[in-house]
Design a protein around this ligand. Structure first.
Ligand code: GLU
Length: 490
């Protein structure tokens, strides 16, 4: 196949939101198309009316766009091989089914009501394929068939040549006479996919390993029609770290889950590209252009790809360091909008950009910024952690020191980093203690944490009025009788 002839497709069935496995399939197809200057086609396999929803089609578009994957042909952009929604291609499927019947490669099946569903008919009990051709043709005139089955020669093996897995042999007898069209004329997946792949001049079918078992059926359709089959490449299954199939139970199996966690699309793209492929060097951070330049099918592996969530977080952290703060802040704001902040007081809108700048080098996701920067993002009270109380507020002088610090801060004329620092340092000097004697309890008051970014900057961002209020809160808490305090600990 010349580069010019590379045409690949992503063919999702919109029966749910975009799973990370599907996103990986879309990405590998896109990378392959872009690497070879070919075409990336989006074909929507929406023939299953009962399971289709418009909302899910939109989710597919949104997911692909979020990752930055553009398609050259598809339902929304059209193209020379339109239509791109499978349900609009039914007449082509019907014509092909007719051709297969005429060739004797397929036959009408009149078995009991069960034959309407592909899986439930018992092919062993079906004698329709054995009927004499004339009798069958006569019956075809008068009786509507309940299904159309492909005739499978039980005496020969079917060999799939797969770019990733090599020669895969399906031994004789491993395929029944499978249904290609069910009652009422609806084409089933294996049939419709093969017909459409051929009609759309698809050169390479790149898809998940779970479809390997479908490939012999599709090959038989190509063969019966005398069509040249595409090149097949089946991508390795994606497993979680416990080596089980990635599922909802892993917390995040959908692309939108990662968006909600504050993963950047470019990090997700990079991470997904390495699920089953590697550039053959030790680098893991690769830009979109580098991926396009280096991607090819020869370094797609057979063994399962492990979805290492820790690695994804690390990778995202690296991308966060490189991204413009304003853009990260927009992401943080989206996450803040989504959460229920009523209990926390009013949002401190003006802090979103500075907090993002302050924390992005210390965290791995945008959601981490929202969690760790919480005390800077709303004007409600903070609850000190037991660890912070124990570490920095256990000395008997703590309350006095907080009072002194409060008084000093109340007097700071300009509540800037330097103004705050000068006030606290001069207080410490006057009292002959180290600045830490004030800084640590203050940190607990303002942030509730034992550690935080530099306290002068934190205090500036909290603002004078809120800082004083939070200091008062901590004083009140520390002055409460010990017993209540202990009982109040989580
Ligand atoms: N609609 C099928 C799916 O979503 C497409 C499989 C294929 O790529 O042939 O799994």
């Amino acid at each position: 196949v010349t580069d010019r002839g590379v045409r690949v497709r992503f063919a999702p069935s919109p029966t749910g939101y975009l799973h990370v496995g599907s996103a990986r399939t879309a990405l590998f197809n896109w990378l392959f198309a872009r690497h070879h200057h070919g075409k990336f086609v989006l074909r929507v396999e929406d023939t299953d009316e009962t399971r289709y929803k418009d909302e899910w089609l939109r989710a597919i578009y949104d997911g692909l766009r979020w990752l930055g994957l553009d398609w050259d042909e598809g339902p929304d952009v059209g193209g020379a091989y339109a239509p791109y929604r499978q349900r609009e291609r039914i007449s082509l499927h019907a014509e092909t089914a007719s051709a297969l019947l005429d060739k004797g490669a397929a036959y009408p099946c009149y078995c009991g009501a069960n034959a309407t569903e592909a899986a439930s008919a018992d092919p062993a009990a079906c004698r329709c394929g054995a009927r004499a051709v004339l009798e069958r043709d006569a019956r075809r005139e008068t009786t509507p068939a309940l299904a159309i089955r492909m005739r499978v020669d039980q005496a020969r093996p079917i060999i799939v040549e797969d770019v990733v897995r090599g020669k895969v042999t399906f031994p004789p007898g491993s395929l029944e006479d499978f249904v290609i069209v069910k009652s009422g004329g609806g084409p089933l997946y294996n049939f419709a996919a093969a017909v459409d792949d051929h009609a759309m001049a698809i050169s390479h079918v790149i898809r998940g390993e779970e479809h390997l078992a479908n490939t012999p059926k599709q090959l038989l359709i190509y063969e019966a029609m005398g069509w040249q089959p595409p090149v097949f490449a089946h991508l390795p299954i994606i497993l979680n770290e416990q080596r089980a199939k990635l599922s909802k139970r892993d917390g995040a199996a959908l692309l939108t889950d990662y968006e909600a966690l504050g993963i950047l699309p470019e990090a997700m793209l990079n991470f997904l590209a390495l699920l089953g492929w590697s550039p053959g060097e030790n680098r893991e951070i690769l830009t979109r252009d580098e991926l396009v330049r280096q991607f090819d099918l020869d370094r797609v592996v057979k063994h399962p790809a492990i979805f290492d969530a820790t690695k994804l977080r690390w990778m995202n952290g690296e991308y966060m360091k490189a991204a413009p703060v304003d853009r990260l802040a927009r992401g943080v704001r989206r996450l803040l909008d989504r959460r229920d902040g009523a209990a926390r007081g009013r949002a401190l809108e003006h802090n979103v950009v500075p907090v993002t700048g302050l924390l992005r080098g210390r965290v791995r996701t945008l959601a981490d910024i929202v969690a760790q920067g919480d005390y800077l993002l709303h004007d409600g009270p903070v609850t000190p952690t037991p660890a912070a109380l124990e570490k920095h507020c256990a000395e008997p002088e703590t309350v006095d020191r907080l009072r002194q610090a409060r008084a000093a801060l109340a007097e700071v004329p300009e509540f800037t980093h330097d103004g705050i620092e000068a006030a606290l340092r001069s207080l410490a000097e006057r009292k002959h203690v180290k600045p830490g004697a004030y800084i640590h309890p203050l940190r607990v008051a303002l942030t509730g944490q034992a550690v935080s970014p530099g306290i002068f900057e934190v205090a500036r961002l909290v603002g004078k009025e809120l800082a004083l209020r939070r200091i008062d809160d901590l004083i009140a808490r520390l002055e409460r009788p010990r017993a209540t305090d202990v009982a109040a600990l989580p």
